[in-house]
Design a binder for this molecule. Structure first.
Ligand code: DAH
Length: 345
């Protein structure tokens, strides 16, 4: 019966599917082309008795409309999918792109550099593999000074396997850059020397075999201890806040005379006393002093004409205070749980 075949096809065309343009074209040919199934039903329709023409004619037209509608629908959704695919950049890195974080020691070192650059200091660098002369000799260390001892300094063996001390070593402080700068530049000199230093120490929460220092040096005519104090007060307030107080305690370093150690009022308890400052309200952050005339002379600078000050601070120490880091090992272990905390900086 024609009616049954029409109804059968009506059921089929509702959910026609095509995976690509070829399949879609095959459907069109199957149902709607000159030799297609629906077209041939229209041919048979001519022979239908007059009383059935109205009903079957409507049904046939409905079938053709639905077949055309479904095929057009498939064609449109295929065109949209293609347009979207063209917008996709398949070479892009998948989101989200994980950005690295700044290392806290770099952040603090840059802050120190920034503060001193505002009062005229420029950056100077020196080698990490040094010689005895620049690290100790020209800095007025007596030949038998304990800092030269094998226990403190890493000496580099000239011949592999020969275990005797040589004068090639890993610098144990950035004061060595002072001697390099003073022998290569003429006063006035105003430099800041950041860098890594090495000491033969057992690794613990409070000591490490390498750490970072920033050395400062200012040489000119008439430089006084008051200039040193002012520069360090300015630095401390910029770094730790305007309320910060400083105090200078007499000390000894071979390369400065007089020498001092500088404490700042504890920025964690505000000077009231806490576990960080061991209840004293003060924390030591650097060593400093007036450059010893022997050092100036050893570097070829006339100590009767010029004077200067120097200071040296540990970057880890400043970072501990600023970010309350209690264990030095965190700085070199690369634990992302620690490092990610500096993301927003
Ligand atoms: N070099 C010293 C150290 O490693 C720090 C230091 C102290 C540097 C006094 C200076 C200074 O320039 O004047 O502990």
């Amino acid at each position: 019966m024609l009616k049954d075949r029409i109804n059968d096809l009506l059921g089929q065309v509702k959910d026609l599917q095509a995976a690509n343009a070829e399949e879609l074209e095959a459907l069109r040919i199957k149902y709607l082309s000159k030799k297609g199934e629906i077209t041939s039903l229209f041919n048979e329709f001519r022979d239908v008795p007059a009383e059935q023409k109205r009903e079957l004619g409507q049904l046939l037209n409905q079938l053709r409309q639905e077949a055309e509608g479904r095929i057009n629908e498939l064609r449109e959704s295929m065109a949209n999918a293609n347009a979207n695919a063209e917008k996709l950049d398949l070479t892009r890195t998948p989101d989200p792109i994980a950005l690295g974080t700044r290392h806290p020691l770099s952040l603090v070192r840059e802050e120190i550099e920034d503060i001193f650059s505002r009062i005229g200091f420029t950056i100077a660098q020196g080698p990490e593999v040094e010689d005895d002369k620049h690290v100790y000799g020209m800095l007025n260390f007596a030949p038998e000074h304990p800092a030269r001892d094998m226990q403190d300094t890493f000496f580099i063996e000239k011949e592999i396997g020969v275990q005797k001390p040589t004068d090639v070593l890993l610098r144990s402080h950035t004061s060595s850059v002072q001697t390099r700068v003073m022998t290569s530049q003429k006063p006035p000199i105003r430099v800041l020397c950041p860098g890594r230093v090495y000491r033969n120490e057992a690794i613990s929460a409070r000591a490490h075999c390498f750490f970072h220092q920033v050395e400062g040096l200012y040489i000119d005519k008439n430089v006084s201890f008051a200039d040193l104090r002012e520069a360090l007060l300015y630095f401390s307030k910029e770094m730790f806040g305007a309320d910060t107080k400083i105090r200078l305690r007499p000390s000894y370093f071979p390369f400065t005379e007089p020498s001092a150690e500088m404490d700042i009022s504890c920025n964690i308890c505000g000077g009231k006393g806490c576990s960080f400052c061991k209840g004293t309200g003060w924390v030591e952050i650097l060593g400093c002093g007036m450059v010893d005339p022997n050092v100036l002379e050893a570097c070829g600078i006339d100590s009767k004409v010029y004077s200067g000050y120097a200071f040296g601070m540990g970057v880890e120490r400043i970072t501990n205070l600023k970010y309350r880091v209690k264990d030095l090992r965190l700085f070199s272990e690369n634990d992302v749980r620690f490092l990610r905390q500096f993301e927003s900086c």
